[in-house]
Design a protein around this ligand. Structure first.
Ligand SMILES: NC(=O)c1ccc[n+]([C@@H]2O[C@H](COP(=O)([O-])OP(=O)(O)OC[C@H]3O[C@@H](n4cnc5c(N)ncnc54)[C@H](O)[C@@H]3O)[C@@H](O)[C@H]2O)c1
Length: 371
């Protein structure tokens, strides 16, 4: 069966969808009916998709094309208005993460999916990893023993260009509208969502307590170096410590501390390390999983909008926390100039890792830059 789709948001992360749609068209399971963007289609996509309908308004495009699905890969604060138009037109929705910049907007999206009886998949692609599925199995069948906690760490580096690429980058709000583009809620949102999902704690009420420690090294509104600790209703302690100001970046890791075995999930690389032994897995993309779910509802959605409650509660708490504190200049290292300029925190890679190993916050670890 060939389903029809429109894509809203054609550059930035939308380029990933253009590539995937091209693959799915070749396989004959999807046909791109039209594209929506407030900017012209990027020149690299012209040869492949220049002949398709293009409109700057999603409602108009949906009227003209009446597709089965819509993909929304636009800035976070546009997810609800565009998602509403798509779901009210009866489309199943592939919505990029984080699903919404506030709890009310997430509830509205969840309500729209229910009311229109459509599926809404959120783009937490880590939840489609075979390594994630295997780890969830090993936790459930007792192989790891009693789960003593889940600690995540991530250390990336972002240059000035990253914050200048879009008006919403590094903002808590834009023109009075919530954006929530902090390290925990956007670039490392997968770490938060993955840890919560591994614990089976995806509902809004599954979180019992929540603490945040938010810092920044740049002139931005949001956090770029942050620590979160949650205890879930089932009694698991989850920490997520991340930075976008690392001197030596590395891929993020979710550590599951079991009483018998320790597991490490390298969720961007589909690698599971069990007792020191790495194993490589494959993954099913959120879009392919959505199509499989539509073919056969017994295939569960990897990341249903309804299962984003606990994640959204974290996002809401981070966004309502006091403004992130600027790290004192004596702990910072500046490299490069102009759009290539980077700022890093001395030793922050060790700090985020120690947090995940000990399930501790930055202040409990006595990190000097966080004092
Ligand atoms: N899953 C992932 O790993 C991943 C990675 C990066 C970004 N994302 C998510 O993808 C989404 C888009 O991020 P981005 O960095 O590509 O954003 P962006 O600011 O680059 O915008 C993406 C595209 O949307 C267009 N756009 C903006 N407003 C629009 C509107 N109202 N209608 C139609 N088009 C509109 C822009 O012109 C642009 O072409 C965000 O939710 C982001 O968090 C996900």
């Amino acid at each position: 069966m060939t389903r029809t789709v429109v894509l809203a948001g054609t550059s930035g992360y939308g380029a990933t969808y253009l590539r995937e749609i091209a693959e799915l068209e070749k396989e004959g399971v999807l046909r791109l009916a039209g594209l929506c963007d407030v900017r012209p289609l990027v020149t690299t996509a012209q040869p492949q998709f220049g002949d398709r309908l293009f409109d700057s308004r999603l409602d108009r495009l949906l009227d003209l094309t009446r597709p089965d699905l819509a993909i929304v890969s636009t800035p976070i604060h546009t997810h609800l208005p565009l998602g509403r138009v798509a779901m009210d037109a009866g489309c199943h929705l592939m919505l990029e993460k984080p699903p919404a910049p506030s709890a009310d907007e997430w509830r509205a999206l969840d309500g729209l999916a229910r009311r229109n009886a459509v599926s809404c998949q959120v783009g937490f692609q880590s939840l489609g990893s075979g390594a994630y599925a295997r780890l969830a199995e090993l936790m459930a069948d007792g192989t790891l023993g009693e789960i003593q906690g889940i600690g995540c760490y991530g250390a990336w580096s972002r240059d000035a260009a990253y914050y200048q690429r879009a008006a919403w980058a590094g903002r808590r709000e834009l023109n009075g509208v919530r954006v929530a583009d902090g390290a925990l809620t956007n670039p490392f949102a997968h770490a938060v969502a993955t840890a919560l999902a591994l614990d089976g704690s995806t509902g809004w009420d599954d979180i019992a307590t929540l603490e945040t420690q938010l810092f920044r090294v740049r002139d931005i509104e949001t956090d770029d170096t942050s620590c979160l600790r949650v205890s879930t209703r089932r009694g698991t302690v989850i920490t997520v410590a991340v930075t976008l100001a690392a001197q030596t970046p590395g891929e993020p890791v979710v550590i599951v501390h079991g009483s018998r075995l320790r597991a490490e999930l390298h969720y961007t690389q589909d690698i599971l390390v069990l007792d020191g032994q790495p194993e490589q897995f494959g993954r099913v993309s959120p879009l392919r999983n959505l199509l499989a779910h539509l073919d056969d509802p017994r295939t569960a959605l990897q990341s249903d909008i309804a299962a984003c409650g606990a994640f959204t509660r974290v996002l809401d708490a981070v966004s309502s926390s006091p403004s992130p504190r600027l790290v004192d200049g004596r702990w910072l290292v500046h490299e490069g100039e102009g759009l290539q300029a980077r700022t890093s925190v001395r030793g922050v890679e060790q700090s985020v890792r120690a947090s995940a190993e000990r399930l501790a916050t930055f202040s409990e670890l006595d990190e000097p830059w966080a004092a």
